[in-house]
Every structure is written in C-alpha cells, then in structure tokens.
Design a protein around this ligand. Structure first.
Ligand code: ADP
Length: 404
C-alpha cells in the first residue's frame, strides 16, 4: 500500500501544440480508489501511463510514498496494470498467465502456486486455471487480467478502461466486483474511464480532466452537488444537467422560459444586469399543474421502465401564453413507425391530455447545498433546449400535479 503524488506532472507529445497532461497536481491516498474520468482525448490514459512509467514525463515529478519515481524503470515501480484489451498470453493457461510475473521474478514454484490459487479463489476462477484464454468469456478474461495484477501484490493498481470490452450488463456486474475487491484488498488504485456513471459508482474520489487539465477532484456526491465549473456540471450526472445562459434583471431574477427564478439572495447583488449560467438537474424538476412552473413542449419521451426521460423545449415568456402546439411524441413512433411501447404511450397520452403541463425547479431560494456554485457569466443566451424531467415511478414527489 502506498500514496501516489503527481506534482505538476506534464507530458507533451512531439509535434502537439499543447500538453496531453498539463501540470497535473493530484494526491491519491493510501488504499484509495481514485477514478480519472473525462471525454476521449482528455489525457487520462497518458496520466495513468506516466505513473506506470510507460510514458516519460516532460515536467514535474511523481512519487509513490516519499520515493521519487520520475525516472525509475517501470519494472521497479511496484505497479500492476490492467488494460482494456486484457493482454493475456494466448498460448498460456489461465494459471500460467496469472503466475507469469512471479515466475520471471524468480519466485519459488510453491509460492507461485499458492498465490495463483488464492487469487483464483477470490475471482471465482479456480475451475478455469487449466484453460487457455480463447476458451473463456470476455468477463472471465477480464478477471484473469485482474488476477494477474493481484498475484503480484503491488503497491498500486493502474486500470485503464478495464470494462470497456464487456457488454452493458456484464459491465455493471463487474464494476461492482472490482470496487468491492479493491476495498477488500485496500490497494491504492487509479482507474481510468470515460464513463461518468462508472466513475461515480466506483471511486472513493473522482478526478475530472479536460484537455489535459485537472478540473476538479472530489468525492462523487460532493462533485454532483458542487461542480467546480460548467464543464464538470455538464459532465457529471445522467441525464446531464440543463445549463442555461440567462440575463439577471434589476430585481435579481433570471427568466427561465415563462418563469422568473430569483437568484439566491446572497449571490445576485453584484450580478444585476449581467449574464449568468444556471444549472438545473433533470431530477430536481417535477410535473405541476397548468399555471405553475415552466412551460415545456415535450418532443421525446424515453421510457426506461423505472424512469421516463422527457426531452423538450422551453417556450418563452409572452408567446408561451397561448394555447401551445401539441407535443410531438417521437417516442411513440415518428414517421409512421408507431411501436408497441405501452409505457411510453401511456405517458404520452397523459401529456397529450395536458399539453401545456409545466415543469418547475424548486420554488424560491434553493437550499444551500443545491445552489449552483462556481458558475460564471458566460456567452449570450441561445435557444433554451432542455433535456428535462425524470418522472420517477412509485416515489412521492412524482405524485404532484401528475394526474390528469
Ligand atoms: P484519453 O485516455 O483521455 O482518451 P490520451 O491520454 O490517450 O487520452 O490522449 C491525450 C492526448 O494525447 C490526445 O490528444 C491524444 O491524441 C494525444 N496522444 C496520445 N498518445 C499519443 C502519442 N503516442 N503520440 C502523440 N499524441 C498522443
């Protein structure tokens, strides 16, 4: 076990105009599970490979505990890496793959056998030790790759998108296994993914990168509640937060479609007359009756069973007061492809009966921990386009204003 420190660590590839990883400052605690997340090309794999020694660094230093590993050979860093492609040796059995690193390190045969057997037990691979990788499923291969890392008892695990080759269902099951295994082993782990749901569900803390620059590092819930900037606000959370750029009027109010929303009292003083960005999480919206809230024309209903996502557009102030055009429920089957989807159809029927149903953010000042923080004034307002409300099934807050 160990701590990991990136101290202004920088990697610039030859010929590129900006660093792939730019002065990264990050401390990972002993036994912590830290997830590096961000869109493709943001530098997460490079950051991980820098730690493992597979990528040289062009500036700054890196440490494991107090040991400067900046120029230490990868094989002397005591790090085990798990790759997206598993990188198993096809001609070796599962047992041989798992024990190979110990074998080339010259460990005694008995010790190798014992450690492989222990790891196989933990990973439910005991019955497969004599099989070759080609006779395994994707999930089993992934576990062998994990096993190969575990038998080394390294100070640090580095995992680079280890679940990306699995189908969606197996990915969910395996992420739970990896997260609980890591907690049991308590080995400091850096885990790379582009999937923010994976990041939020697995990590003790999550570090968000964009264009090689660290945006925020925090516990999942804290990041969800208090994103440090617009990028993190839009990236963390599914479905994504609605982000609107709107002017603040003389009363410290911003207009969201036809609804005036007062800015938090302690925040609007200096903002009057300027433009601010506000963020509203879809799950904080609820359906209310006519005459309240924000009028939304629903364009698409995504019916997931437990939830239904409504996609639509906010209609603006005065012109929003008319009868309103009926919603265009694409989920019901656009272009003559009316599909047998009773759940979505039922929701659409409810919406059809009350086409000017409104969605509203919580009234008045939002509670302290829900206030959008760190948003700065930004570009001009565009068309307000919402990825909107989630109608939760069987939960109390759905009931309000929901019945036709
Ligand atoms: P991520 O893992 O977040 O998808 P990477 O760390 O792989 O991103 O890449 C970060 C940036 O560095 C990207 O712009 C990518 O094109 C660039 N990059 C990655 N590897 C190389 C390389 N070997 N040579 C040149 N540029 C690279």
């Amino acid at each position: 076990m160990a701590t990991v420190t990136y101290d202004k660590a920088t990697r610039r590839y030859d010929g590129s105009t900006r660093p792939a990883v730019d002065q990264l400052e990050l401390e990972v605690g002993d036994g912590e599970f830290l997830v590096l997340v961000g869109p493709s090309g943001c530098g997460k794999s490079t950051a991980l490979r820098m730690l493992a020694g597979l990528e040289p660094i062009d500036g700054g230093t890196m440490r494991i505990d107090d040991r400067d590993i900046t120029n230490v050979d990868p094989s002397d860093r005591d790090i085990a890496m798990v790759f997206q492609t598993y990188a198993l040796y096809p001609h070796m059995t599962v047992g041989e793959n798992m024990g190979f690193a110990l074998k080339i390190a010259g460990r005694p045969k008995d010790e190798i056998k014992t450690r492989v057997a222990e790891a196989a037990k933990v990973l439910d691979l005991t019955d497969y030790l004599d099989r070759k990788p080609k006779a395994l499923s994707g999930g089993q291969r992934q576990r062998v790759a994990m096993g190969r890392a575990i038998v080394r008892s390294p100070q640090v695990f580095c995992m680079d998108e280890p679940l990306s080759n699995l189908d969606a269902k197996l990915r969910v099951a395996t992420r739970t296994q990896i997260a609980s295994l890591q907690r049991r082993l308590a080995v400091t782990t850096l885990y790379v993914t582009h999937d923010q749901v994976e990041a939020m569900t697995m990590g003790d803390r999550v570090a968000v990168l964009k264009d090689g620059v660290l945006q925020q590092v925090d516990a999942p819930r804290a990041m969800y509640d208090r994103p440090a900037n617009m990028f993190v606000a839009g990236f963390i959370g599914s479905p994504a937060m609605n982000l609107l750029t709107v002017p603040v009027d003389g009363q410290g109010t911003v207009q969201v479609g036809s609804l005036g929303v007062p800015m938090p009292r302690d925040g609007h003083g200096g903002l009057t007359g300027s433009t601010v960005a506000i963020g509203i999480r879809p799950e904080d919206l609820r359906l209310v009756g006519t005459g309240e809230g924000v009028e939304v024309v629903v364009e698409l209903v995504e019916e997931l069973g437990s939830d239904a996502f409504l996609h639509g557009s906010v209609t603006g102030g005065a012109e929003g007061g008319g009868p309103g055009r009926p919603p265009q429920p694409a989920a019901q089957g656009g272009e003559g492809h009316a599909g047998p989807d009773p759940g979505a159809a039922a929701l659409v029927r409810r919406l059809d009966r009350r086409p000017r149903r409104r969605l509203t953010p919580p009234a008045g000042d939002p509670p302290q921990d829900r206030r959008p923080q760190g948003f700065s004034s930004a570009a001009t307002a565009g068309m307000l386009r919402w990825i909107t409300g989630r109608a939760r099934r069987g939960r109390p807050r759905r009931a309000r204003g929901h019945r036709p």
